[in-house]
Design a protein around this ligand. Structure first.
Ligand SMILES: *[C@@H]1O[C@H](CO)[C@@H](O)[C@H](O)[C@H]1NC(C)=O
Length: 218
């Protein structure tokens, strides 16, 4: 029984990160598309949600993998820890389905309402009711094992994420992106998925194995 569940989950993991195979050659995380304007300022493209509205700092979104086998991203406690800190992805399997946990994209400056653009600095913060004990466990970071977890800090240059466009096409979705973790002084790493102890955890991966994400207003 346990083995067959693991087989199903493994299949879903493959399905949930399939579409990159065909498209991974066509773009690179290091070369954001820039659109020069008439006065030579560089304006980076905006990031859009599923309603075609630009993503804004301080508004709430569900991050979702639109692939078959994919699902919404959520926060959970999978280690009997003091505070939940695992950043996981739902999958279409009974017991593992769900609506996700809303996030906000934030920055250390007060730029509430500003539009998020391609390859610009954001911090990702779960928007959840939390106990005073766990107030510092909502911001995403990447731990030493390459897992995305909470416990990051807005303003910490190792907890920076960026969003990159893709040319992935998935029926029923538009504006499909790649998430990148961009710690100080080293190259960005794409975010993908890893199956561990029957949980789909978000992890940093090499560029070919990223998971596509869309943003839905929460
Ligand atoms: C959360 O972080 C703030 C600022 O660093 C600190 O003063 C506070 O003690 C922390 N709270 C907990 C519960 O760890």
């Amino acid at each position: 029984m346990k083995k067959s569940i693991n087989n199903i989950l493994s299949l879903l993991l493959v399905l949930s990160s399939l579409s990159f195979v065909a498209f991974s050659e066509s773009f690179s995380s290091e070369n954001p598309i820039v659109l020069p304007t008439s006065d030579d300022n560089i304006i980076l493209p905006e990031i859009y949600d599923q309603d075609d509205d630009p993503i804004r700092i301080g508004m709430t979104y569900i991050i979702m993998n639109p692939n078959i086998g994919g699902g919404a991203v959520y926060l959970d406690n999978i280690g009997h820890l003091k505070c939940p800190n695992a950043v996981l992805q739902h999958v279409p399997v009974p017991g593992l389905m769900g609506d996700g946990t809303a996030v906000m994209f934030v920055r250390d400056k007060s730029d509430e309402g500003e539009v998020v653009r391609v390859m610009t600095v954001v911090y990702i913060k779960f928007f959840v009711e939390t106990t005073p004990l766990c107030v510092n466990e909502t911001v995403w970071k990447v731990n030493d094992e390459k897992f995305v977890v909470t416990g990051g800090k807005v303003g910490n240059e190792n907890d920076i994420f960026k969003i990159m466009t893709t040319d992935i096409v998935i029926r029923g979705y538009k504006n499909i992106y790649k998430l990148l973790h961009c710690p100080a002084y080293v190259k960005c790493n794409a975010i993908g998925g890893s199956l561990k102890n029957e949980h789909f955890r978000l992890v940093t991966v090499d560029d070919q194995h990223f998971v596509p994400f869309v943003f839905i207003k929460a």
